[in-house]
Write a new protein. Structure first.
Length: 398
């Protein structure tokens, strides 16, 4: 069975086929943990601004670990998805192809008419896969977080970003530099709307509920150090090559002697550590390994960290919003505003550079930065308004 339909959803999900003026239908796609943080405030804003809009929520299952996905639904107060594809893991090609196959089957199984638009967020494989299927069926695509560019085509996410934007009818951007990227790539100006960063909406809304670090550490059998750094690591370029991963762990181990590091280990990274036989190296360096954590636990750890070290795009944004210095273990970033305005510093992947920059940040306190434009907690309202206006321009709304 290629997919399962979970439940009829909220009031906008009743059958409108007999109505002379059916409600507009928006199909929203989520796949990975950051997608959920972006989609939760969008769904809430759509419900407030257009209660008659029929919204279907589809989860591809690209992130299948309960703590990486299922727990985040609960933390964010999101309703369960209406449709679950349960795709799971695989190579980029296998995963993208399987998502396309199962999403295409969903569109075949649902009675006509087709959705008026498919809304995708971010840059994961599911974003591109569902955008491709929709575009080939002449269903308009709306891309939230459009126009971000690292300039590095070796990153699978960069390919997803570029192609999804080329397929999209409406492109909603999270930072002002994204517009120039899209215009340079031939996207018409009237299709671009600067709405701001919806992930920050979730952060601001959920920050009062963040779990205290001492509670999180105690639940996992550790004492919470008085000061610590937070580490995340999952990019293929950092974890798939055993030599590169070992060198990074050696550098991080040096830093851990000065600042304890808390390391929630991504399932992908856990598998890479095991395959490379590096789990003992982690233990030797006294880096505190934790299982994948829920959103509220991660939010608490990030809020109280002295320093964040990451190769994640979303954490660059969240640390900027929290005013916590961030060291990104990459040569580039698709979120340059976190560097130019926020708290982020690009460290590259050379161990000596990482250690030197981290120690410098500990001595000086690191960058505190400022809040980028439209990271004000109201981006989802602007996204909803732009989507509703686009739907109104392209079909009659009830």
């Amino acid at each position: 069975m290629p997919y399962q339909q979970n439940h009829p959803g909220h009031q906008g999900h009743q059958d409108h086929r007999a109505s002379p003026t059916p409600a507009a239908h928006l199909l929203c796609v989520v796949a990975a943990r950051p997608n959920l943080m972006k989609m939760a405030p969008i769904l809430a804003a759509l419900g407030r601004q257009a209660p008659a809009l029929r919204v279907t929520l589809l989860h591809t299952g690209q992130h299948y670990d309960p703590a990486m996905s299922g727990q985040v639904f609960a933390d964010l107060g999101m309703r369960a998805p209406d449709i679950a594809l349960d795709v799971g893991s695989g190579s980029h090609a296998q995963q993208t192809a399987e998502i396309m196959r199962r999403f295409d089957a969903v569109l075949d199984a649902h009675p006509p008419p087709a959705p008026d638009a498919v809304l995708v967020v971010g840059d994961v494989n599911s974003t591109l896969a569902c955008a491709l299927v929709a575009a080939k069926r002449a269903i308009p695509v709306i891309h939230v977080e459009a126009g971000l560019r690292s300039g590095d085509r070796r990153m699978p996410e960069e390919i997803n970003r570029v192609l999804t934007d080329q397929l999209s009818a409406l492109l909603l951007t999270s930072e002002d530099g994204a517009r120039a990227n899209l215009l340079r790539e031939g996207i018409a100006a009237e299709r671009i709307v600067f709405t701001g960063n919806v992930m920050i909406d979730s952060l601001r809304r959920q920050l009062p509920r963040a779990v205290a670090p001492a509670t999180t550490l105690r639940l996992h059998g550790h004492a919470c150090p008085p000061t610590y750094g937070l580490l995340t690591l999952h990019r293929p370029s950092n974890v798939d090559d055993a030599g590169q991963l070992a060198a990074l762990l050696e550098a991080l181990g040096q830093l851990a002697r000065q600042l304890p590091l808390l390391f929630p280990v991504h399932p992908r990274t856990r598998a890479a550590l095991r395959l490379a036989g590096l789990e003992q190296q982690l233990a030797r360096h006294a880096i505190v390994c934790l299982p994948p954590l829920g959103y509220l636990e991660m939010l608490g750890l990030m809020r109280d960290a002295r320093l964040v070290l990451t190769d994640s795009g979303g954490i660059q944004e969240e640390s900027t919003a929290l005013g916590v210095p961030c060291l990104t273990l990459r040569e580039n970033t698709e979120r340059p505003v976190t560097v130019s305005v926020g708290t982020n510093t690009l460290a590259g992947t050379q161990p000596a550079s990482i250690v030197a920059l981290a120690r410098g940040m500990l001595e000086t306190g690191g960058k505190r930065g400022a809040m980028p434009p439209l990271w004000d907690g109201h981006a989802a309202e602007r996204v909803a308004a732009a989507v509703i206006a686009w739907l109104a321009a392209h079909r009659e709304l009830p």
